[in-house]
Design a protein around this ligand. Sequence first.
Ligand code: DX5
Ligand code: ZN
Length: 218
Amino acid sequence: ASDMRINPSILAADFVNMQAELARIASADFVHVDVMDNHFVPNLTFGPQMVERIQATSPVPLDVHLMIEDPERWAPGYAELGAASVTFHLEASTEPVSLARRLRSIGARAGVAIKPDTPVESLFEVLNEFDQILIMTVEPGFGGQSFRHDTVPKISALSAEARRRGSSVWLQVDGGVSASTLEHAARAGADTFVAGSAVFGADDPDEAIATLRALAHR
Ligand code: DX5
Ligand code: ZN
């Protein structure tokens, strides 16, 4: 794809210096905000009150990734507070299509995420209901894990299917994305790259973003 996006994940940022951390990634396309409830994943971050403050403070739009149970109950609130995109997990959702429609009606981009071991085929028929699909390239819950190469065929399959259907859905990858792994996902058709430790672990996060962006365009 010609249009590539780099979305740093603030999971790797210093939570008590959030305002300063957000200012360090002003060249990003979106800031990726990981919401975890300690039930869908064995880790806990923050909820709507914190995300509302991030929304008020961030120089770039919010890409919210909900790793939570019962997204039907909670996801619309993140669209209402102004997040540019809200992504919920297919594994946690009872009514993914109607939830996506609700998110769109509030004005957010609707996203659906799948874990590394969840097949992609069930998404083929409903591709047009979503603005973005997140293919997890690690088991969700923690930053700093290694990119799972066995997920790359799923990116290729979704990319081919989207092309077949004339869909402009964004294909996002999240987990272990770095200067050494990004190209595998990009070659398979991903166009939106989430990176936590690769960006916030760098001395200059904006420089790390530029490096990843250049690799995505290669
Ligand atoms: C993991 C989160 C990711 C995480 C990625 O469950 O969804 O967004 O921050 O971190 P890295 O890039 O360090 O793998
Ligand atoms: Zn994430």
